[in-house]
Design a protein around this ligand. Sequence first.
Ligand SMILES: Cc1cc2nc3c(=O)[nH]c(=O)nc-3n(C[C@H](O)[C@H](O)[C@H](O)COP(=O)(O)OP(=O)(O)OC[C@H]3O[C@@H](n4cnc5c(N)ncnc54)[C@H](O)[C@@H]3O)c2cc1C
Ligand code: SF4
Length: 501
Amino acid sequence: MGKPTGFMEYKRRETEWVQPAERIKNFDEFHMNLNLVDRQQQAARCMACGVPFCQAGVMISGMASGCPLHNLVPETNELLYHGNLEQAYRRLSKTHSFPEFTGRVCPALCEAACTCGHIMEPVTTKDNEKDIIEYAFEHGLVEEGEPKVRTGKKVAVIGSGPSGLACAQLLNRRGHKVTVYERSDRPGGLLRYGIPNMKLDKRIVDRRIELMKRSGIEFLCSVNVGVDIKAEELYEKYDRVVLCCGASKPRDITAPGREAEGIMFAVPFLKEVSKKLMDNDYDHKKIMSAKDFSFGSMKGKNVIVIGGGDTGNDCVGTSIRLGAKSVTQIEMMPAAPSERLASNPWPEWPKVLKTDYGQEEAIFCFGKDPRIFSTTVTDFIMDDKGALKAVKTVGLERKTGKDGKAIFDHVEGSEAELPTDIVLIAAGFLGSEEYVTEAFGVKVNARGNVETAAEEFQTSNENVFVAGDMHRGQSLVVWAIAEGRKAAAAVDESLVGYTNL
Ligand SMILES: Cc1cc2nc3c(=O)[nH]c(=O)nc-3n(C[C@H](O)[C@H](O)[C@H](O)COP(=O)(O)OP(=O)(O)OC[C@H]3O[C@@H](n4cnc5c(N)ncnc54)[C@H](O)[C@@H]3O)c2cc1C
Ligand code: SF4
């Protein structure tokens, strides 16, 4: 334990965010850093409690509690408190492949389970993690050399999101020759083409990919496996295949008028904006004044985002940066309570209403929270040219059906019509894409995820493994990294008979 009285002496201090008035002017990251002394004080708040739930990563009441990577949080915090950032980085790297990603975008399951947080504010473990890894990059500590010995075994990883990258990293370190196939023009999966630049700058993704390339991992982009290259060809070239293709099939809204011009799914929208940003050397002015998006220009448009989750929030923040006149977010579920209910005790993940950056920006720009809860869209209304001009909505009342499942009744008299030019659908995902699972002949469960035995990664096709969202359904970056690492260990064991990963 770094400082036994630290949690009593120092208050939690999160890294500040650039104020909405400034940050909506561009797509830059908006989290500011603490200086080292302040950061060490934050680490001093760690109580090194006897049972560190923060690193447990266990399921409680169906939700994950603590870090799925089992990061050695109290040990890392102690090293940080003592100013030994090199060792803090080395300790962090024992369990983690890419702290620079989670240090920016993780919802910090560790903090929700922090013992300090049981009675006061939790330790700022996520912010600490980011500062440790950035220190390590700045001081040349992050190395990823070629392995000294090659095993002669070859592995193809399909998909370059966080699960594919973590899997490739560990297999390469073990000496297997890894090729990563990616259907997009650039590697990174949703780190690159989902999460917006203001949350995770794409140059941070490039920095890691460059290191991986230098360590001998080959990246083949713009190759759609199952279309451009057949599974049989991969079986011939490689000893094992790992599917890390994500769970990108979006849930649609099947209301009358769905064919109207101006309705897009969230991820293609976010991808287009990130791609334009990178293609224009991160020149914000060019992006914000661009009119040649597939949706035209967003300037002066009324935007409706269907889905009140994190993806929807990213659409709100992005639409505001593109000059939308109004942004409304429609969510079918009722608003979560502002404080934990007694039925949701610590260290469970707290099911409380959070106001994220996009919503904060909407409040700043339009004077109110963009979210309308307990509401759904029943119709898309078009003008005579087929362009979207409004949506019809209705309020919902949540009830419990006979089978215990939630059902939603329309509330009579709550119908409304909202003028809109663009609708972004962020209503969740339905699992993996059939053309890939069919190409490899792997079994898929009722949720569209690739099936394996519990806690295992080998599919019904012996030499084909799976990891990430394609395995567990749309989830989090930290889970994808954890899955990729575990899948690498399973592949390694299947190749050489044992593993030390
Ligand atoms: C908009 C958005 C914002 C998010 N924000 C956060 C956040 O802030 N924090 C967080 O923790 N999580 C967030 N998530 C979730 C997180 O991004 C995912 O859980 C994570 O990226 C999953 O990683 P993955 O490697 O399994 O798949 P992905 O990141 O989806 O990567 C899969 C890759 O496989 C490629 N691919 C698919 N099929 C083929 C094929 N046939 N051939 C070649 N390549 C193929 C895809 O192009 C893609 O690059 C967000 C998700 C979305 C959609
Ligand atoms: S990866 Fe996420 S859950 Fe794990 S220690 Fe870091 S911030 Fe916490």
